[in-house]
Design a protein around this ligand. Structure first.
Ligand SMILES: Cc1cc2nc3c(=O)[nH]c(=O)nc-3n(C[C@H](O)[C@H](O)[C@H](O)COP(=O)(O)OP(=O)(O)OC[C@H]3O[C@@H](n4cnc5c(N)ncnc54)[C@H](O)[C@@H]3O)c2cc1C
Length: 362
């Protein structure tokens, strides 16, 4: 009898891992990825498992649940973990990666695998044969429509997200200093310290800044673990100081004291030319971001931005599809865990517009 062929739709993080795990077990795989023929609003490359936002896979320590999870994945022969360990960049206790090395390795490994056939093309319908759908938060409109008709539009919705990347040479290291909180993980992070007056001015500017108007299909339903900074600031003047800007475990070497607040920057590429702003996502317009982010002491925040819509899908999808021989993997199956969401761009690329597609998903 012929061995089954499983279609894996979407070569993102989940689809790449699923294809790899099937292939390791001798199962033939057809891995469909629509990029580069059809791009999403956030992805920038043709690579599989492209990280669209943060380059951090979170804490690597075995004392944390996320660290244990990663170790379990290693022991299960995970391709994502193999790639992450090879592409690791300094990030204190976190496992952060050079995103191009990371996705490049996964792409090359899957393309070279003898039982994985990689197909560049958009899949517009839910397959009838054995399949894993792993099309992620930026599922293409046609497949989104097919899912809508299966589970109902109430169960799918979008957010917009924008996240800045800061050029390393725009950071004034006379003011900013290197350290990880409580010294855990050496001096991998760059910290821009703020006095109380600077912090309060920053919060006021964030609240007052012009924001991108929501699309008609967007619902302002925020996941509490990863909120836009202006939403945090709106909830109270000290929310950011107790959130992503908390100064705990950090001493400013210039003053010998804990700053009132800090903005932390985490290395984004192997060469250390780009830095992520830890815990920030925002709907401020691009010009407003440039203006407001220049208020970080120690940084003239020469930044670039990209924006993207993404789709949130509650776990009703697997139940709705249980009559079919298909499974769902990755972000398709759930709301996200506690990280911030945004997209990134590099200084060489122009910000992309995020105008609504012709077919809103919900
Ligand atoms: C703007 C934005 C910011 C994010 N920020 C973070 C973050 O900071 N931290 C974090 O952990 N996660 C973040 N995420 C979520 C992140 O996308 C997921 O963590 C992770 O990429 C999800 O993996 P996935 O495999 O489910 O989806 P993805 O990695 O998105 O992979 C899905 C793949 O399917 C392809 N595809 C889509 N539709 C089709 C189709 N019809 N046919 C064929 N191929 C298709 C896409 O091109 C893509 O390659 C963010 C997502 C977005 C959109």
């Amino acid at each position: 009898m012929d061995k089954p062929v499983v279609s894996v739709i979407g070569a993102g993080l989940a689809g790449s891992e699923a294809a790899w795990q099937l292939a390791r077990r001798g199962i033939r795989v057809r891995l469909f990825e629509m990029r580069p023929a059809t791009m999403t609003e956030a992805h920038q490359t043709a690579n599989f498992a492209e990280l669209v936002c943060s380059n951090s896979l979170r804490n690597a320590s075995l004392e944390t649940a996320v660290g244990v999870l990663k170790e379990e994945m290693r022991r299960l022969g995970s391709l994502v973990m193999l790639a992450a360990d090879r592409a690791r960049v300094p990030a204190g206790a976190a496992l952060a990666v050079d995103r191009e090395d990371f996705s490049g390795f996964i792409t090359a490994t899957l393309k070279a695998h003898p039982t994985v056939e990689t197909i560049c093309g958009e899949v517009a319908a839910i397959p009838s044969g054995p399949a894993i759908i792993a099309t992620g938060p930026l599922t293409s409109p046609a497949l989104g429509e097919a899912l809508n008709s299966l589970i109902g539009p109430r169960n799918l919705y979008f957010y917009d997200a924008i996240a800045p990347i800061v050029a390393a040479d725009s950071i004034d290291m006379q003011i900013a200093f290197r350290a990880s909180r409580y010294g855990h993980g050496g001096d991998d992070y760059i910290n821009c310290p703020m006095t109380e007056a600077e912090y309060r001015a920053f919060v006021e500017a964030v609240v007052a800044a012009e924001k991108v108007a929501p699309h008609p299909f967007e619902k302002p339903v925020y996941f509490e673990g990863c909120m836009p900074i202006e939403e945090m600031a709106r909830r109270g003047p000290m929310t950011l100081a107790f959130g992503p800007m908390r100064p705990v475990g950090l001493i400013d070497p210039r003053t010998g004291r804990r700053p009132f607040a800090v903005v932390q920057l985490r290395q984004d590429d192997r060469e250390g030319r780009l830095y992520n702003i830890v815990g920030f996502q925002t709907k401020m317009t691009y010009p407003e971001q440039r203006r407001v982010l220049r208020m970080f002491p120690g940084s003239d925040a020469r930044s670039s931005f990209a924006s993207a819509r993404f789709i949130a899908t509650p776990s009703s999808i697997p139940r709705a599809c249980c009559a079919r021989p298909c499974s769902f993997a990755g972000v398709m199956t759930c709301f996200w865990p506690g990280r911030w969401w945004g997209s990134r761009d590099t200084s060489s690329r122009r910000p992309r517009d995020c105008s609504p597609r012709s077919m809103p998903h919900g």
